[in-house]
Design a protein around this ligand. Structure first.
Ligand SMILES: [Zn+2]
Length: 351
């Protein structure tokens, strides 16, 4: 049981190694999962066999998480804890031989006995050094175009578009417009992406109904509106999906895809309480998965008997437009929960 040999780092990834080696039929992970698999527990828990890879397997610095969206099976292993009954069952179902499960249990137990003496080595995270960029050519702020009395129909349409999104959205940042038709820029509302006081990217939101809503230049690992992470008087951090959601509630968004490990570490560095406010769609479930793994709170303002939002509202952006910012903030704080069973249950809404 030589786990600690003179100052070297412990190999505490043995559970992950076994799981990873046993599951060959897997899909790329969504919502922070290392990978998704066909759930081995669905049948046991009275569901039809999972054929759509609804079970996510998570691998973090602190251990493993398993979470099925179909049968709601959930288990995990935390470094320094024992391997519990549900994890042992999961290992059995994915075909880990009994003998090997016993060995893993013993290893976990030995590791647990070192719990107090082991200093966990966390990978240190540094915020990327984002390069400074410029806004697209010929672009100016909407105010500057207005001062120049621009009568271009495309510009007027862009102004009309932002006004339909409500006062809060309209006032949230300085928007830009470019008359350049390349990539349809002249039909897009341009939103600058700041990191501290540097422009490091921009988002082009198409104002027409279109398959491709966005044309962007965003650096890797960027967190939209990260300035709210450093707000001196805030207790909470709102974690949302879209750029407008982030703008209207002063939260952070990963934009487009899910939050990756860098972005999650970035959020965790700030000493505030994260609250995830998921959209009511598949992408929202990805965000819920991340919350479950990180033990972040999730808000469900339109769940159950006390619905804060009108039933047809799907995201924060719409809620603020319909109910106002203060009411929406209150609805989030009053409806948030840290209880993972409640979070899983409440994410089972019908779309
Ligand atoms: Zn399942």
């Amino acid at each position: 049981m030589n786990f600690l040999s003179s100052g070297t780092i412990l190999n505490d990834d043995f559970v992950w190694d076994v799981i990873s080696n046993h599951i060959l039929n897997r899909h790329r992970g969504t919502g922070g999962a290392a990978f998704n698999m066909n759930c081995p527990m669905c049948i046991t828990l009275g569901q039809t066999p999972d054929k759509t890879y609804r079970c996510g397997v998570f691998h973090t610095a602190n251990g493993i998480g398993v979470n099925c969206f179909n049968c709601q099976f959930k288990t995990g292993y935390k470094v320094g804890n024992r391997i519990g009954r549900t994890m042992a069952m999961f290992l059995d179902r994915i075909g880990v031989p009994d003998r090997e499960v016993k060995l893993l249990k013993r290893q976990a137990l030995q590791l647990a006995s070192f719990k107090e003496t082991v200093v966990r080595v966390q990978p240190e995270f540094h915020i990327p050094n984002f390069d400074v960029v410029t806004m697209p050519s010929d672009s100016q702020s909407l105010e500057a175009w207005d001062a120049a009395d621009c009568q271009d129909q495309n510009y007027l349409d862009v102004v009309r578009y932002i006004l339909t999104r409500g006062d809060v959205a309209a006032m949230a940042t300085t928007y830009y417009w470019s008359p350049n038709p390349e990539h349809g820029l002249n039909r897009k509302l341009l939103i600058p992406c700041w990191y501290e006081d540097r422009l490091v990217g921009w988002i082009g939101r198409c104002i027409d109904p279109s398959k491709r809503k966005y044309y962007n230049q965003i650096p890797k690992h960027f967190l939209f509106n990260s300035k709210c992470l450093n707000h001196p008087h805030r207790k909470y951090i709102f974690i949302v999906e879209g750029v407008f959601d982030a703008l209207v509630i002063d939260g952070v968004a990963a934009l487009g895809s899910n939050f990756n490990q860098h972005q999650i570490s970035w959020i965790k560095q700030c000493d505030k309480i994260p609250i995830v406010i998921p959209d009511r769609d598949e992408a929202g479930k990805g965000l819920i998965n991340i919350a479950l793994q990180q033990e972040w709170a999730v808000a469900f303002p339109n769940y159950g008997g006390r619905c804060w939002w009108n039933a047809d509202i799907k995201d924060v952006d719409e809620a603020v437009l319909r109910h106002g910012k203060l009411f929406t903030v209150r609805s989030i704080i009053e409806s948030m929960t840290n209880n993972s069973a409640l979070i899983t249950q409440r994410s089972h809404y019908h779309l």
